[in-house]
Design a protein around this ligand. Sequence first.
Ligand SMILES: CCCCCCCCCCCCC/C=C/[C@@H](O)[C@H](COP(=O)(O)O)NC(=O)CCCCC
Ligand SMILES: Nc1ncnc2c1ncn2[C@@H]1O[C@H](COP(=O)(O)OP(=O)(O)O)[C@@H](O)[C@H]1O
Ligand SMILES: [Ca+2]
Length: 581
Amino acid sequence: MERPGRLLLQSELRVRNAAYDVSLSRSLLIWKRRTSSPVYHPFRPRFCVPLFRRRPDPVLHGSPVLNCWSVCVCHSVPVSEIISVREEEEENGSRQRDDGSWKKIREREGKDCRQAFTVLYVERCRQHRWRCAEVTFTCSDEAVCQHWVSSIREQLASNTSRPKHLLVYINPYGGKRQGKRIYEQKVAPLFTQAGISTSVIVTEYANHARDHLKMEAELKKFDGVVCVGGDGMFSEIIHGLIWRTQIDCGVDPNSPEEALSPCSLRIGIIPAGSTDCICFASVGTNDPVTSALHIIVGDSQPLDVCSVHHNNMFLRYSVSLLGYGFYGDVLSDSERKRWMGPARYDFSGLKMFLTHHYYEGTVSYLPAKGIIGTPRDATRCRSGCVICQHNGQLNSERSEKYEMDEASDSESSGEWRTIRGKFLAINAASMSCACPRSPKGLSPAAHLADGTTDLILVRKCSRFNFLRHLLRHTSKDDQFDLTFIEVHRVRRFRFMPRHCQSDSDLELDLHENSKRQIFSQICKDHPACGCAPAYSSWNCDGEILTHTGIDVRVHGQLIKLFARGIEELPVFEDLSNPCAI
Ligand SMILES: CCCCCCCCCCCCC/C=C/[C@@H](O)[C@H](COP(=O)(O)O)NC(=O)CCCCC
Ligand SMILES: Nc1ncnc2c1ncn2[C@@H]1O[C@H](COP(=O)(O)OP(=O)(O)O)[C@@H](O)[C@H]1O
Ligand SMILES: [Ca+2]
């Protein structure tokens, strides 16, 4: 619980005809009702008891702390979570807002209360959602009122992490094709309230945003980039931004061995796509208003990025899922069904589950050493994650050392491990990949910014066992606690499909593959007969990769989001807490 610190201002003001002691410090705005009469307050007593067990201090962020036995209503809002302050001007018995809309206040507030101002602030709702709440304070002295408004504005202006100018890209075709409407109706009005100016580009074709960022955008004019769309659209944005940053810093973005320069501009994601995994896994919800508020308050969350190369040739970057086999096949199949919208993934998911293809190949990986945390532990990456801080620090020390000793990550160091086999899926999750389909995600203990990715190998098994594994993504059971699954936390990995391994293997496989393709043509309508293709494709944050043999390297904390990681749930929402009755 944040302490108020030195008071900048303290007055008696009125809120809805009741007297309040209101105070402002650099960190908190507090309004506390003036009363001493013990009155039983019946409102939601169920939530009062656990709240008090955990937090004896009767001051809660934004929302009132309700004591069951006496009315002692005290609200507090961190100054960092105030969106804006607005003067209410009186005219003909009504008050006019700064934005021109009218509000009847005078009758409600009583005749003496002539001056008023409204504070808009972040209020937390269920399941990590944020809303914009407001409270109107009135007082009889105009000078006092204006002093309050200017003091709050000064505090907001002194916060340098808040963006003032944003470059916004909207994909009008993502998800259910609602991107433009979501931005105009839910997000733009909030940006206006917060005094943020925007330059908006509605994309006209795929890769429009990427190419604009790479070559045209005047990035110096902006404090951040906002992406309205799904994971594919976010991928466009990071490709443009990372590329541009490397060119500006004189780094060769094509080389798999180069240490990439971190991007200074933060990226905000307004979810308007089909899976919205990157937003969900970094905020805890895929709600456009919540994302807009995280942008406004100037949150910052570093994020790991994987670079993917094929034979030393750059292919793509990935921040969430790199999936071969099941997720690659689901994506390839679903692309032909875009007209179905987000439901295409359910259809193709079921189809690919029934098809039950497996793929042969060799996976080699460099285990992440010296880090804290494992993919099977119970810790979760949450706001202010200590694992990300610790491992992130370790990474920056390692990369300094790496620059001096180029061979430290190479095969010659002998740390690489190799696994050959038949796999239903090979997944690398650089974050949990939580999404509405699987709220705990593909790798629940993965971290947003620890410089590693969780490599999950699903070996060939029966359909029944694969279904058990998949179903555990949606329950409390551990999806890795199965004999055919292994998971490793790695810094780097490579995959080579079997048919690419050696000339003799290649000949054998080409022969086998052509045989299989003939059969798969014949057996097209009988996918369960086992005539599988020899290779799948990679699903790279929802984009299909053109090559199967890849070399993947994690670049710790290469980009930053306007987010703060998933916040711990309040006690009454955390069902695993015994106090939460
Ligand atoms: C029988 C019940 C099975 C439930 C299994 C649920 C497992 C779901 C894990 C999903 C992980 C998703 C990782 C994110 C991938 C996205 O980047 C990608 C593109 O998203 P977008 O651009 O917004 O369309 N989405 C997918 O690849 C969809 C995977 C769906 C798999 C069923
Ligand atoms: N104007 C546009 N027309 C067609 N495709 C676009 C346009 N803008 C972006 N795209 C592409 O649309 C794809 C899907 O976008 P995304 O926003 O991720 O939606 P979804 O989550 O439904 O896949 C991305 O690959 C992106 O490059
Ligand atoms: Ca990570």
